[in-house]
Design a protein around this ligand. Structure first.
Ligand SMILES: Nc1ncnc2c1ncn2[C@@H]1O[C@H](COP(=O)(O)OP(=O)(O)OP(=O)(O)O)[C@@H](O)[C@H]1O
Length: 259
């Protein structure tokens, strides 16, 4: 489904025309029906890689193929049309836009109430309390995050990329969310999920874990193969003695929904 060939992403660094290499000759294949978790230390290049796949950033060199088609030069809208969806680490807010409208836009049609209820329930939100709310500053960070994930579920892309979906989400919603990811994967209908995460419980769901450091894939493997090396039991030190980022804490910032 997705093939990354020798991807390089560099940004200008310093006044002398120096560059900083953020993604370093990275090659990776993700097949249909796969659940892949990309993990690794802060600053390793995970979000940048996701943005390159979505077309938010343009690679300095290398190639991105989606279902055999070279999409390296395609804009975000075209990639979305082909079936790639991306949930930002820090989602945007849309003043003046209701949650219902956002779900409709994501789905590309006017959704029946029942469908909206289902999408919001999958992320632990009560439809009655949220559908008419504006996606503005009045929503908490965790609420906006979950609403964005619901829009990706409504869009139902062939390849869904979620950047730290656990960030800022309370324990109850996190449970619901992991169930949702598990259900999508269990459907085995050709769709693939890529999740950037530091969360052990999400990592355990994966078919394949990709460990990214300094813009390079340093290791890939199943949870059974890689979990011990990732050093969750060793206070954040991985097999190479480097500190992994502190596992994202689940904040009990919100009252669990009861509907
Ligand atoms: N446009 C840019 N200009 C300069 N530096 C950048 C740019 N984009 C990313 N970086 C740097 O590249 C590195 C990788 O960033 P990235 O956000 O991809 O890391 P990450 O693995 O997602 O980290 P985290 O786990 O903290 O979310 C960081 O050091 C970041 O500061």
């Amino acid at each position: 489904m997705l093939e990354l060939k020798n991807l390089v992403f560099e940004v200008p660094s310093g006044p002398d025309g120096d560059v900083k290499r953020i993604i370093d000759d990275l090659s990776l294949s993700i097949g249909d029906d796969r659940f892949t978790v990309i993990t690794g230390p802060n600053g390793g290049g995970k979000s940048t890689l996701a943005k390159l796949i979505m077309g938010i950033e343009t690679p300095t060199s290398g190639q991105i193929l989606f279902d055999g088609q070279d999409i390296t030069a395609l804009p975000i809208t075209e990639r979305a049309r082909l079936g790639i969806g991306y949930g930002f680490q820090q989602p945007a807010r849309f003043k003046g836009m209701t949650v219902k409208k956002l779900l409709d836009i994501a789905a590309g049609r006017k959704l029946p109430m029942l469908a909206c209820n289902e999408y919001l329930a999958k992320v632990g939100l009560c439809s009655a309390s949220y559908l008419t709310r504006e996606v503005d500053k009045s929503l908490s960070g965790g609420e906006v995050k979950r609403i964005e994930i619901a829009t990706i579920l409504a869009r139902d892309p062939k390849l869904a990329i979620y950047d730290e979906p656990e960030a800022g989400i309370d324990l109850w919603s996190f449970d619901r969310l992991t169930e949702t990811f598990r259900d999508i994967h269990a459907a085995r209908d050709g769709r693939s999920i890529v999740i950037i995460s530091h969360q052990e419980r999400i990592i355990q769901l994966a078919d394949e874990i990709v460990l990214l450091r300094n813009g390079q894939v340093v290791e890939t493997g199943t949870p059974e193969e890689l979990m011990p090396k990732l050093g969750f039991a060793a206070r954040g030190l991985d097999d190479y003695g480097c500190p992994l980022s502190t596992p994202t804490e689940l904040h009990l910032t919100e009252i669990p929904t009861t509907c």
